[in-house]
Design a protein around this ligand. Structure first.
Ligand code: AMP
Length: 280
């Protein structure tokens, strides 16, 4: 596996592969890799001739009060994990490569980004769309792989790819979970032992809510029950538990449509914000 830090080297390697007619899959990450990230690498190696992962903790998607400085960084371990999964190249750019001096251009996906997470993390999807657009222009992959764990992110990226005419196929991968149901996340490392024992209630409550709705409980009631259960378990602040249209992310409050919608939630456990979602 090649470890690449400059754009010149990245481009020369990718162009060589393309001249040979090889397809390129891309998995963007912020590092601190776990089985969720690696499942996306597996999807890419199964579908593409060459796989590139990136590791870049993107400053523009963190608000000043968020955890940019304390975000877990473990580059050597990440490289070993990627190498073991058959990744061909890991791109680890410096901040100055991604945000050259004098930079000012931003990408925004204002409507899709304003839903669900939008009111709580207004800076977030602008930062994500900006860095992913840059990475797409740098890597020029055929396919890019994103986890459904960050469901709104997948929809924002899909919108951006259509709107900015990127010729890249976006492939979502299913959420990888611990044995007790907790969605794997680099931020789970922040949880104390007591919080870690409470954390699976987020997924369990969504699961129960889905069953209640399928059995005919009106969405409003089933969602309120899920919120109450998450609070009762010890989450301090349940920001949202919503049923949404899987494509538009518009809220479903009345009767369920006859196609699968998405149950999606965000809540704080101490100083850690957890998100999760499931298909209904
Ligand atoms: P991050 O490093 O958190 O920016 O995540 C990089 C990619 O991994 C994103 O596409 C995430 O959606 C995906 N990802 C994170 N956690 C999981 C998970 N538990 N299962 C599947 N994909 C995940």
């Amino acid at each position: 596996m090649q470890v690449v830090r400059t754009l010149e080297e990245l481009r020369s390697i990718v162009r060589g592969w393309k001249r040979e007619g090889l397809s390129v899959g891309f998995v963007p990450t912020m590092g601190a890799l776990h089985a969720g990230h690696l499942s996306l690498v597996d999807l890419s190696t199964a579908q593409c001739d060459r796989t590139i992962a990136s590791i870049f903790v993107n400053p523009t998607q963190f608000a000043p009060h968020e955890d940019l400085d304390s975000y877990p960084r473990q580059e050597q371990q990440d490289h070993d994990l990627l190498r073991g999964r058959g990744c061909d190249l890991v791109f680890c750019p410096e901040v100055s490569v991604m945000y050259p001096e004098g930079e000012e251009t931003r990408v925004s996906v204002p409507q899709m980004g304003a839903k669900l997470e939008g009111p709580f993390r207004p800076h977030f999807f602008g930062g994500v769309a900006t860095v992913v657009a840059k990475l797409f222009n740098q890597v020029e992959p055929d396919k890019a792989f994103f986890g459904e764990k960050d469901y709104q992110q997948v929809q924002v990226i899909k919108r951006m790819v259509i709107d900015l005419c990127f010729g890249i196929e976006i492939v979502p991968g299913p959420t990888a979970r611990a044995g007790d149901g907790l969605a794997l996340s680099s931020r789970n490392a922040y949880l104390s032992a007591v919080q870690r024992a409470i954390a699976p209630v987020l997924f369990a409550s969504l699961h129960r809510c889905a069953i209640r709705m399928r059995n005919g409980t009106p969405p409003e009631i089933a969602l309120a029950e899920a919120k109450a259960a998450i609070s009762k378990a010890g989450f301090e602040n349940v920001e949202y538990v919503d049923a949404v249209d899987p494509g538009t992310l518009d809220q479903i409050t009345d009767t369920l449509p006859d196609y699968p919608c998405r149950l999606i939630a965000a809540a704080w456990l101490g100083k850690t914000r957890l998100i999760d979602n499931i298909a209904l």
